[in-house]
Design a protein around this ligand. Structure first.
Ligand code: PLP
Length: 387
């Protein structure tokens, strides 16, 4: 069999590989603490589950419109108004099976040989993977620890070439927990006036997980780029719904029609009960989602304190999401070595920074979507091992 060259360019997400290795070790009877996986350790709130069960009982068993049922798109539009203060027409919203799908559709729309797409590094590994799949050149935007892992607008703008089609922004970020300050976004948007043909995809899937009273700064707040901004968001993280597969994109101009055509070709629609659950999530009580963020905030303080207490580790305080991204250069080991040794010797699953790009060397990612006891026990084991 002869497959396309594109298939050989497709990358992966190491979090799933580490999860598989951790699971194997657990099956062999080893006690493994999993701080590797990027998903809330809380169940989906019961009223959301009930809405899906009710939808099935009410007979919502068939296809839905490819861009999502209207009531859900209206609920997303209302949520956009509530949380981001922007008016969006439901026709601009396309419901997809998870945040990743909006990402893939954007790359497929803009990437092809001879073009460039810029992406954050360290960043979510699927950005680079999907860019390269399309044949476009993946141009990393280096994120620096001393800037709180926020991009430098000046550096981003300086890297734009006539071949640049799309720039990906992610704040709060995976894997760093970094948050781009509003002033940096202001500078970025001002500079984009000189590049009117370049589109922007803002991955705001962690928007509701911002700490220290700093409000989330969204790129949707800038009318100057509204005609070329794609917003990626979804339910996975906010409502502990990673396994449901539900996300949305807000598309400018006529791109929602193109995204819908991609959906018709790839997935037809998101399963109906999940869409009804999505309505319940947005329109129902928010206390469970808020309690989850409060719990993450508490754990954030614990993990930052614990990590800074490990020999050879230094860890800045992340401003958002549920990841800590400590610098481990003081251990004298590579990121991959630390990942493997901590899993095999301490039974602690974390992810090497290099899984998120070349600029991830010298760092590892800890997810603190785990109990305080688990975080303390994991750091205790690492401390004993490293000392
Ligand atoms: N964007 C970022 C930055 C993520 O970290 C993730 C998941 O880890 C996604 C998008 C994808 O989310 P989903 O599980 O809804 O596809």
């Amino acid at each position: 069999m002869k497959m396309t060259a594109a298939m050989s360019r497709l990358g992966t997400e190491s979090a799933f590989e580490v999860l598989a290795r951790a699971t194997r070790l657990m099956q062999q009877g080893k006690n493994v603490i999993n701080l590797g996986i990027g998903q809330p350790d809380f169940p989906t709130p019961p009223h959301i589950v009930e809405a899906a069960v009710k939808a099935l009982r009410d007979g919502h068993h068939g296809y839905t419109p490819a861009n999502g049922i209207l009531a859900l798109r209206e609920a997303v539009a209302a949520d956009m108004k509530r949380h981001r203060g922007v008016e969006v027409h439901p026709d601009k919203i396309v419901i997809v099976p998870g945040g990743k799908v909006t990402m893939a559709f954007a790359m497929l729309m803009f990437g092809e040989p001879g073009t460039e797409i810029m992406y954050p590094d360290p960043g979510f590994p699927i950005y680079r993977s999907m860019i390269e799949f399309t044949g476009a050149k993946a141009v990393p935007i280096a994120l620096h620890e001393d800037k709180g892992y926020a991009f430098s607008a000046e550096e981003v703008l300086a890297q734009i070439t006539p071949r640049t089609r799309l720039i990906i922004v992610n704040s709060p970020a995976n894997p760093t927990g970094g948050v781009v300050p509003k002033a940096e976004l202001d500078r970025f948007v001002a500079g984009m006036a000189d590049h009117p043909d370049v589109a922007v995809m803002s991955d705001e899937i962690y928007a509701r997980m911002c700490y220290d009273g700093v409000p989330h700064a969204s790129l949707t707040a800038y009318p100057e780029i509204a005609d070329r901004l794609i917003l990626l968001d979804g339910w996975s993280k906010t409502y502990a719904m990673t396994g449901w597969r539900l996300g949305y994109g807000v598309w400018p101009g006529d791109l929602a029609e193109h995204a819908t055509r991609l959906a018709i070709n790839v997935n037809s629609c998101v399963n109906a009960p999940t869409q009804w659950a999505g309505i319940a999530a947005l329109e129902g009580p928010q206390d469970a989602a808020e309690a989850m963020v409060a719990a993450f905030d508490e754990r954030r303080a614990v993990i930052v304190r614990e990590l800074n207490d490990l020999p050879g580790f230094t860890c800045p305080t992340p401003g958002g999401a549920f990841y800590a991204f400590p610098n481990i250069t003081g251990t004298g080991k590579s990121s991959r070595q630390i990942q493997d040794e901590l899993l095999n010797e301490c039974g602690v699953a974390i992810i090497s920074g290099t899984s998120f790009g070349i600029y991830g060397e010298g760092y590892v990612r800890f997810s603190y979507a785990a109990s305080i006891e688990a975080i303390e026990e994991a750091c205790g084991r690492i401390r004993s091992y490293l000392s």
